[in-house]
Design a protein around this ligand. Sequence first.
Ligand SMILES: [Zn+2]
Length: 466
Amino acid sequence: MSTSREQTSGPDRCGFVPPYVLRHLAASRPDGCGPRTLLADQRLREHREALPPGATLRTTALPAAPEAAAWTVHDAGGLEQLPGTPVRAAGQPATGDPAVDEAAAGIEATLRFFAEVHDRASYDGAGAPAVVTVHFGRDYANAFWDGTQLVFGDGDGEVFERFTKPLDVMAHEFGHALTQATAGLVYEGQPGALNESVSDVVAACVKQWLAGESAADADWLVGEGLFRPGVQARALRDMAAPGTAYDDPRLGRDPQVGHLDDFVVTTDDNGGVHLNSGIPNRAFVLAARAVGGRTWEGAGAVWHAALLSGDLGPRTDFAGFAAATVSAAERVLPDHVETVRAAWRDVGVEPGRPSTGPAGQGPAATGVVEVRRSGGFAGTRVVARVDLADLAGDPRGDELVRLLTERDVRAEALGAGREAAGGAPQPDRFSYAFVLDGEEVVLPEQALTPSLQRLAGLVLDLGSTR
Ligand SMILES: [Zn+2]
């Protein structure tokens, strides 16, 4: 059992612009904002890793009334030091600096949304003051939540506008604070994609609430107005039609997916958190449209109740999250329980037993596991892939999930691989390839530990019968 990944991860820093977009920009314009933003991100990661284990969000618990949640906007002055100089607080007049005043309007509206719609004081429910920094870095094309505060760059002025410009970017980052203070979803794999999706849901709800828009009339775009004129992009994400938000030579093409069949297994982007978030995003839109009326009173209220229900944990997967929304619907929107269930089924997710294992149980049991057995006397090749999300209710699937969560089988496989590296393959024995969390390990048959043997057996069995 490994607990190290959980304990050393520290607060999540959730960048608004996915790393693959920044890399594409870096490749297309070597002097552009991409490399500089990636460098700044790297420095932040190093800073974060220097934090003591268990360091989490600021919990200045004030017994404040919902309307009293305080905020302060700071100016980093183009440096990368946080939080910078305080320049405007709640109740103070506009400064004339667009980034400062946009951030002020954004945080004010977001806090007001939670107070008025959900009767919640700030992200922690206890009135934690919201700390916002603008003018972070030079040509910094990103926004993020660093575990304690919200941070906004000015963009590069060529592809990206100021990140304070679209108000829903603020709401999205605030959503990461809310998730950290509630479900605590880790920022990788399926829980990470859910973390991302919750932030987009918050962004959509705040945007529609401000506009007084119904679910039927909403455009479901996230980050609309973030791109400079001439960029072939409607927004950064389209929750209703994942994968269609942009297609531009400088940005590449929107790679989001909207159905579990298309789940992207990758080690990039923390396990594709910005790619696979399209799946729960689309489930939310389908639910919101089917419930009808105003999103924040319908599907938005259900998702919010699920977040606060205690049914979710750091490693909850899509099926577990879906089940939590179905349970929440039974409490807050009893006429629409089947509507919510149907929305998840439409994106390929069967609401299942919530997987709310305590933190530190090893790698997430998420995504797709592949086992390939090749060689042997006949030299045949058997490929079996199972999607853990499809296995709810199957006892062999449950055993597989237990194997993946209770033991760090990936570390075991890598260890076995190292031990086996010097040994010559034995004639006519099988060779096994394991693809776990997008990482491939190839092992000779004799190097398999008992749990790896069992894992291979289960996957080959399940994969070949489905
Ligand atoms: Zn995010």
